[in-house]
Ligand binder design. Structure first.
Ligand SMILES: [Zn+2]
Length: 435
């Protein structure tokens, strides 16, 4: 039987993000695609651009025709962050648990000057290994913010400029950034070039973006036959969700971040490729009239994930009207900023379920913080799917031109998100009020 979403797909709905059409059906790479010669993937840096004191600099603070020719290797991503930490006196974050391959996950804090601790925003990338360029987008954006603050300038991404005042405003959001949520997977993908998505759990690699503790038990929570975009308990599938919620050190480390920094109220996770800015929920379409009809109420188990409800299976996910209105508006602002940066690579704002329903995702877990912990306020969880499909065996490996377009579009999108967060209100920003 075809799932409800598979029927939608047959009607032409977009599915080209994170998962490829044959992966949504649990099948192998088609033979004709294996032979396809397409895009020349952007090379991966072979040396280490930042080991001798050079500091990364994004495209937003460089002359308009500048370009970056290689993707950062995992070694370079670490050196780039360390170089920024040293140059701009940031604080390194390392999460407590080693990954399966013994790597330490890391990030840094970019706070308001003189106001340490007021971290309201978590920006993350690299949870899906093959979505190349995500970590670069994030590191170069942070580099731009820091350069611009020091020089007292604005930033410009293609056709979209931001003033020095907007740079200051963006920094008020107090940022924690983590460029590699799946360092083992990225190291593997860079070494093998095999379009690797999941982590490297030797007992069965896990899709970390299905391993968070929200609607994880998809067989109970969703309607039967909803399709494997939601999740899978088959370790050979690209959406294998692990043996239990938070079974993986990488997802537990993200949980640790949220426990260490309870003031975080805006999160954005960077993915590719679809040209979408997504807001919650991801299990079904939203509604604002019935608070009891929600992702946490077992009374609606077995009903979630049906795009067009059938009699007896009515369910849509409750989101308070003000949050829904705010988050859909912020997503629209971010998409518009990305569209005004680079021509011909249209980005759309939409609810994440309209891509495909999913369980255990980072963004939905972030949006559920105030439900999972009543001490927490509302957290706004967003996802961006940057870029377009590249030709060839791995459609996630873009060429140099697209890599640079993506850096510009993501720079504009990240700036707009932070400015929108500051416009919406970040809570009490006084240093004294922050733990
Ligand atoms: Zn992804």
């Amino acid at each position: 039987m075809k799932s409800a979403w598979a029927r939608l797909v047959a009607l032409g709905a977009a599915v080209d993000a994170c998962l490829l059409p044959w992966e949504l059906e649990g099948q192998a790479v088609p033979e004709n695609l294996k032979r396809q010669v397409g895009t020349v993937p952007t090379p991966i840096g072979e040396g280490n651009r930042w080991e001798n004191g050079d500091i990364p600099r994004g495209l937003g603070t460089q002359p308009r025709n500048s370009s970056i020719d290689t993707i950062m290797s995992t070694t370079e991503i670490r050196s780039a962050v360390e170089a920024l930490i040293k140059e701009f006196e940031l604080e390194l974050i390392e999460t407590p648990e080693e990954t399966h391959d013994g790597q330490i996950m890391f990030g840094a804090k970019v706070g308001q000057a003189g106001c340490n601790g007021s971290y309201r925003t978590l920006l993350t990338a690299g949870i899906h290994a093959r979505e190349r360029g995500g970590p670069d987008n994030l590191v170069y954006f942070i580099a731009d913010l820091l350069w611009a603050r020091r020089e007292g300038t604005g930033v410009a991404y293609g056709g979209r400029s931001f003033t020095p005042e907007e740079v200051d405003k963006a920094l008020q959001a107090g940022i924690i950034f983590m460029p590699m949520l799946n360092p083992d997977g990225i190291a593997h993908d860079q070494a093998e070039g095999d379009c690797w998505r999941k982590n490297r759990n030797p007992d069965g690699p896990v899709d970390l973006n299905r391993n968070f503790d929200i609607l994880w038990d998809y067989k109970t929570k969703f309607i039967e036959g909803v399709g494997i975009s939601v999740a899978s308990d088959n370790p050979t599938h690209e959406t294998y969700h692990g043996v239990e919620p938070f079974s993986e050190p990488e997802s537990r480390n993200v949980k640790w971040i949220m426990e260490e920094y309870p003031t975080i109220s805006w999160t954005l996770d960077i993915h590719s490729f679809a040209g979408l800015v997504l807001y919650s929920w991801g299990d079904d379409y939203n509604q604002a009239s019935d608070p009891d009809m929600n992702p946490f109420n077992p009374a609606y188990d077995g009903k979630r994930g049906l795009a067009v409800d059938q009699p007896g299976q009515e369910y849509r996910a409750y989101m308070p009207l003000d949050v829904w209105r705010n988050d859909s508006f912020v997503a629209l602002r971010v998409a518009d900023a990305m569209n005004s940066a680079v021509d011909g690579r249209h980005v759309e704002a939409t609810q994440s379920v309209s891509l495909y329903p999913s369980s255990g995702s980072l963004a939905d877990w972030m949006s559920a913080q105030h439900v999972l912990n009543e001490d927490n306020g509302v957290t706004h969880g967003f996802t961006i799917e940057f870029g377009r499909q590249a030709g060839g065996r791995c459609p996630f490996y873009s060429d140099v031109g697209a890599f640079n377009d993506n850096i510009r579009q993501m720079g504009a999108g990240l700036m707009e998100l932070l400015v929108a967060a500051a416009d919406t209100g970040l809570g009490d920003l006084s240093c004294d009020a922050v733990p």
